[in-house]
Design a protein around this ligand. Structure first.
Ligand code: ZN
Length: 282
């Protein structure tokens, strides 16, 4: 799943379409198979001749801001990506949304193989901020400087203290933008065992974890994300990321830890896996 760094890479590439007059935003025929997009074309027709002013990122969400009041909330889901497609080129096979511009030969297409993505019109910026997942989103893991004091305060919340640190790191209300990959990598960098209860983390471990989260996400952003599975992440310019080259534990079950040569193990967590070194991470 695209995590904060991959979503941010997408956002940065989409700057190419800012302030370009929109010819049409269109839900594809394929998208009409799915309830979330069905019969919604009318909502998109009013974007004709409007311009995208900017795209903001909230955790793993993109908020598309236009030169009028409507706002679009976009989530890449498990496998969604935006791709620049030439006018005469065929659309990607799982295209759900197509945006064409008056001044650009290329169109931009939302290709979403597994169909967990979202592209939804909201009345205004204020309505989107009141919308549930957005309203509750916590610290941005890519914020600079990382708000370490807020992170330390949030960790003390009563609903976290009796839980395993590996479990709560995916909670976007704590730090937004962390997903399955960077959770394992940040815990490895901080040398913290994912099964450790939050209440048993020392003040030093808490601080180290906050900084490890920030470091890991920024390193991933510099590497243009992680691209390694069957539907690898690509930026809208079809560039793949290289963060997988420095992953230390993610996906490396049974391989030897690069630091201590102990076998990396994986544990199940809510249907996902957390990878860690049982010797380095206490
Ligand atoms: Zn190790």
């Amino acid at each position: 799943m695209p995590e904060g760094p991959e979503v941010e890479c997408t956002r940065l590439s989409l700057q190419a379409i800012f302030n370009k007059k929109i010819k049409q935003i269109q839900f594809t025929n394929l998208s009409q198979k799915y309830k979330k997009y069905r019969f919604k074309q009318k909502e998109l027709d009013i974007f004709e001749d409007k311009k995208i002013k900017t795209i903001e990122r909230k955790g793993k969400f993109l908020m598309w801001i236009f030169n009028f009041e409507k706002v679009i909330l976009n989530h890449l889901g498990m496998s969604g990506k935006w791709i620049f497609v030439e006018e005469n080129e065929e659309n990607p096979s799982h295209a759900k949304v197509i945006i064409k511009f008056h001044e650009l030969k290329q169109k931009v297409v939302f290709d979403d193989v597994r169909n967990f993505g979202q592209f939804r019109v909201f009345e205004s910026y204020e309505t989107i901020l009141r919308h549930d997942p957005i309203r509750k989103i916590g610290i941005d893991g890519l914020a600079l400087p990382f708000p370490i004091d807020t992170f330390l305060t949030e960790l003390k919340r009563s609903n976290y203290i009796n839980r395993e640190i590996g479990d709560i790191l995916l909670d976007q209300k704590l730090v937004a933008g962390i997903g399955n990959i960077y959770r394992s990598e940040a815990l490895f960098q901080a040398k913290i065992n994912p099964t450790k209860l939050v209440e048993n983390l020392s003040p030093n471990e808490r601080k180290k974890l906050g900084h490890a989260i920030s470091d890991t996400l920024h390193r991933a952003l510099e590497s243009q994300g992680s691209s390694f599975n069957i539907q690898p992440f690509q930026t809208p310019f079809r560039e793949e990321g290289s963060a997988q080259q420095w992953h230390k534990v993610y996906g490396k079950q049974d391989q030897l830890c690069q630091v201590c040569e102990t076998e990396i193990v994986a544990i199940k967590n809510k249907g996902r896996r957390i990878f860690f070194c049982p010797k380095c991470q206490k």
